[in-house]
Ligand binder design. Sequence first.
Ligand code: BTN
Length: 335
Amino acid sequence: MKTDRSDILACLRSSEDYVSGQQLCDRLGVSRTAVWKVIKQLKEEGYLIESVPSRGYRLVESPADVYSKSEIASRLHTKWAGQNLIFFESTGSTNPDAKRFAEEGAPHGTTVVADRQTAGRGRRGRSWESPAGSSIYFTVVIRPTFAPEKASMITLVMALSVAEAIHAATGLETGIKWPNDIVVNGKKVVGILTEMSMTPEMNEIQFLVAGVGVNVNHSGPEDFPEEIRQTATSLRIESGRRIDRAALLEQILARFEADYEIFERSCSLSELKTRYESRLVGRDTTVRVLDPAGEYTGISRGITETGELAVEKETGETVLVYAGEVSVRGLYGYV
Ligand code: BTN
């Protein structure tokens, strides 16, 4: 659901030339005064908009890295991903927010975005550092048509979409550390936390929420807490330039929508596997599988169509590793 502000921004952004006040009124079904008020507000926020009496308005420049509901919504060209957009300057965590909206009936694709989280959650009960102004934190509500045992694959689909979006936006080579961490130059830039809610009978998925945290504009390692300084990095640190968060988020949501639809056709990763494996970190190298039932090493051979990691042991036997409590490491360090 777009607001007048995001519609006006979208109109101005999609036109190289001036857009007349009348065109804006007709398109939005609002008065001239309403258009004028929005334009005035946008100018106050730093948008450089030229107003020429007989011609209308032209967006000359957007302020750098504006991160607001209107800015994000005005960029979206998706059918469902992010079309119901909820934006918080600050919240505890976008995952429980998304669950709450889903329980209240929010549609498939509803996306909760925050500039800051005060109780950001990571996997395995860890926290996720979420300061204001530097990163992307969002959660998408998914209402699947598939069985609960397929749900874990959504995290891999999201990892692929985010890895490719980052590559397209920044030129950085993104790798996926199975199942769903995204790394650049051996350090983590993205974490994904997917949670599932079942129907009361416990036989069907009510909804899933897929929460994504991207480290975007941290300027140096000192911006990370001591404990993760060796293993975390940001897109700005790696690319040497500030990244526009709204533009990247738009790319991520567009790719996720497309990839999810591909996934849904077969409810498997069959059509996404090649792309995923081309980014899989440590493929055909020796990895250590940290299984609570016993650690072992083997050669990572890629993923199956259902998202398990195939690891070939020294004995020649191939073990399928299921995501969950197991983590996989290279022999040297985090990746
Ligand atoms: C991980 O441990 O790698 C997963 C981190 C997931 C972080 C994201 S940020 C948006 C969403 N809200 C949260 O509290 N966590 C996820």
